[in-house]
Design a binder for this molecule. Sequence first.
Ligand SMILES: [Zn+2]
Length: 260
Amino acid sequence: MLTRYAPSPTGHLHLGHVVNAIYVWGLARAGAGRVLLRMEDHDRIRCRPEYEAGILEDLAWLGFVPDQGLDPLLRQSDRDGVYREALERLRHTHHVYVCDCSRKRIAGEHYDGFCRTRGLTDGPRCGLRVQMDDGGDLLLRDRDGNWTYHFAVTVDDIQQGITHIIRGDDLLSSTDRQLRLRRMLGVAASPVFVHHPLVLKPNGEKLSKSAGDTGVRELREAGVGAADLIGRAAAAVGLIDEARPVAASDVAALFLKPEA
Ligand SMILES: [Zn+2]
């Protein structure tokens, strides 16, 4: 069993990231698995080195230690050649085409295939899409030249041999697309997906990276200990009934059934 913890350095960690870490390390340790750390910095415009450093520092402070990917640090931004190669493989078997549609023109998740037969030449301000069987052609590289989340993650999960993908249930809707892309890349075997609940704000919204009162740094500076913070996150999604200190090294116990 190999799973991954894959933060984006577009902000600092908050309670939602801690919840994900509890599930990733907890399920991995409960199942004698390993955890790979992957910096998902495919978006070069939004990612910052200071966030990367902050995430690594907060993870270490919390006590979540990856088994691989930390030294040297595994970053998507260092893997351009891998994505290029995967793109070339995809071109052999599928229709990959240039798309210059703006986000405004697309206005929504589902792309209508407008550029599919336009035969545009690749250049600045052009994205790349692959035709999917049921339409909704997936963007592989955006108009700023960044590999997209779906593409980079799918290629990484295949190439790094990830067997278990453990993530928040906000990503449930993208599972099907990623599985299809995986098959299009020639991989028949599917990883196991585990989708876990998210920590929500009292009004039901998702936490954002700027959420001051739930930020790991802010709580730490306010004197909250690592085990208290992990306990707070575990209680927020119902893994434990009431917040109590839980050390990072003990999160597997949250997933092991007590002896009868
Ligand atoms: Zn287009």
